[in-house]
Write a protein that binds this ligand. Structure first.
Ligand SMILES: Nc1ncnc2c1ncn2[C@@H]1O[C@H](COP(=O)(O)OP(=O)(O)OP(=O)(O)O)[C@@H](O)[C@H]1O
Length: 238
């Protein structure tokens, strides 16, 4: 098992945001995470990356307990995420944004990092924009850069947080193609997404969160057909 969460709990005051969540992700799989706003999806990523410490429970990578491991060390161990709202270094170029991630996130030497970052730029469709400043990009390219920065750390486990949100359907389709390529290259993916048809084009399994609890999990299309899941998404295009 690549990643395991066991009875993980996180509360902010009286608000229990992650309520005894257990989760397993096998090497090479693509898992989708859905749930309404405020269900605790992003907090789950913060717990996995180490940005937030759980109140209880355990997190394991390759069977090794990483619950107390600092975030920077987890990144070097191969866990990296993209954020829902991209915040690139706006005064650095696209290429420099990636170099920072590779050198500081993954501790690569500069020559190795430069070669790898060129590969990532090609994979994410950013090669022609390598010398643009991060602050000058369109939303689609910011989203691509957000994913590229995470990829630059050469993750074994890539966590994508609503990467398709706000894109046109053609842009979304192109992004899905890129994510499929990344997955086919052997990277394990956990993807939080509200655009369910995009998610279903990539993931084999789905986990559903509601009020911090896991309410369903299993083969993606079966899970999406469950009455309790459809209830939660009533009005959303599932
Ligand atoms: N640092 C914090 N302090 C207090 N409350 C927080 C904090 N972080 C998250 N929360 C609350 O925890 C709940 C879950 O937030 P979270 O961002 O994990 O949900 P989400 O499922 O990702 O939602 P969305 O789909 O809107 O992104 C929300 O009610 C949020 O306001």
């Amino acid at each position: 098992m690549l990643l395991e969460l066991k009875d993980v709990r996180k509360a902010y005051g009286s608000l229990v945001v992650t309520d005894g969540v257990s989760l397993s992700v096998t090497e090479g799989e693509a898992l989708g995470v859905i749930g309404p706003n405020g269900a605790g999806k992003t907090t789950l990523f913060a717990l996995i990356t180490g940005a937030v410490k759980p109140d209880a429970g355990a997190i394991r990578l390759d069977g090794r307990d990483i619950t107390a491991m600092p975030a920077a060390q987890r990144c070097r161990a191969g866990i990296c995420r993209s954020h829902q709202i991209p915040h690139p270094f706006e005064t650095l170029t696209v290429f420099e944004n990636l170099l920072v991630a590779a050198c500081f996130g993954r501790a690569m030497r500069e020559a190795e990092a430069a070669d790898w970052c060129v590969e990532v730029l090609a994979l994410t469709g950013l090669l022609a924009k390598a010398n643009r400043l991060g602050g000058t990009l369109t939303l689609l390219d910011r989203k691509r850069l957000e994913m590229a920065r995470a990829l630059a750390t050469r993750p074994r486990l890539l966590l994508l947080d609503e990467i398709a949100g706000g894109l046109t359907s053609a842009e979304c389709e192109a992004l899905v193609g890129t994510i499929r390529t990344i997955h086919a290259g052997g990277t394990t993916i956990v993807w939080i997404e509200h655009i369910v048809h995009a998610l279903l084009a990539v993931v084999g399994r789905l986990t559903v969160l509601n009020f911090g609890r896991k309410i369903a999990e299993g083969e993606a299309r079966s899970v999406i057909g469950l009455p309790e899941v459809r209830d939660i998404y009533l009005g959303s295009p599932v």
